[in-house]
Design a protein around this ligand. Structure first.
Ligand code: NAP
Length: 246
């Protein structure tokens, strides 16, 4: 029987990350789920993934801490022996116009979204370099491409992820490690549930497909980017946004 591949997914307790974990489990991956705070729901999530027939490990840590990322990666290696796929998904927003944005609102978004992506990648890459294979998928945003008023912090973090992705793709291509980013548009999760109906209506006007995307629609693209079907794709930003940004 073919050995299962191992995927480590950050921020996989809910939303897009959780759906990515399920999608990869359905596709025969062993899953390491990163979480920040322990909750009973985590055990349910773990047993739901095990019910699919995949192994599931829970690795605790805040992605903005380099040392906690080091521990998460080491715990995953200890549990599963390797990491084939890293999905840097954990992210936050702290929106506000620049005149009202506190320094902490800017730095915390950069620290989690962008520095977190570096922290996880830096600690994982040596294992991938040694095994001469790997896939890294970074979750950016259309806001990192097109910008958005009230999100200077978030846009800077997500644009940074795009530059990071392209540079790393060039650095590690010779070792058969493929690095890509996904730029989701407006996806139905806790992150967007907080928006008022008026704001949602305004956003819909900018989406040719006239609806929000689902976490599943992002997870399916992650699955593709992990698969042999995407073996000639690296350094790319795949928009999954209903045509919002072209
Ligand atoms: N939803 C959208 O419309 C949309 C659009 C474009 C891009 N994205 C990006 O997609 C990713 C997932 O978004 P989502 O909508 O699924 O968000 P979500 O529902 O708010 O979930 C965010 C996840 O990230 C985790 N997280 C946050 N800070 C963390 C930290 N410091 N360390 C570890 N985990 C942390 C959260 O864990 P806790 O439960 O502990 O908070 C949660 O599991 C994010 O990078 C987001 O920027 C989302």
């Amino acid at each position: 029987m073919e050995e299962k591949k191992v995927a480590l997914i950050t921020g996989a307790t809910r939303g897009i990350g959780k759906e990515i974990a399920f999608e990869l489990a359905l596709n025969n991956y062993s899953i390491a789920i990163n979480y920040r705070n322990y909750s009973k729901e985590l055990e349910t999530l773990k047993s739901d993934i095990e019910a699919i027939g995949s192994k599931c490990g829970l690795v605790q840590g805040d992605v903005s801490s380099f040392n906690e990322c080091k521990n998460m990666v080491e715990d995953t290696i200890e549990a599963f022996g390797k990491i084939d796929v890293l999905v840097n998904n954990a992210g936050i927003t702290k929106d506000g116009l620049i005149m009202r944005m506190k320094e902490e609102d800017f730095t915390s978004v950069i620290d989690i979204n962008l520095v977190g992506t570096f922290n996880m990648t830096r600690n994982t890459i040596s294992y991938m370099l040694k095994q001469k294979s790997g896939r890294i998928i970074n979750i950016s945003s259309v806001v990192g491409v097109a910008g958005n008023a009230g999100q200077t912090n978030y846009a800077a973090s997500k644009a940074g992820i795009i530059g990071f992705t392209k540079s790393l793709a060039k650095e590690v291509a010779s070792r058969n490690i493929l690095v890509n980013a996904i730029a989701p548009g407006f996806i139905a999760t806790d992150m967007t549930n907080v928006l008022s109906d008026n704001v949602k209506e305004e956003i819909f006007k900018q989406i040719p497909l006239k609806r929000m995307g689902t976490p599943k629609e992002i997870a399916k693209v992650v699955k593709f980017l992990c698969s042999d079907d995407s073996s000639y794709i690296t350094g790319q930003v795949i928009h999954v946004d209903g045509g919002m940004v072209m």
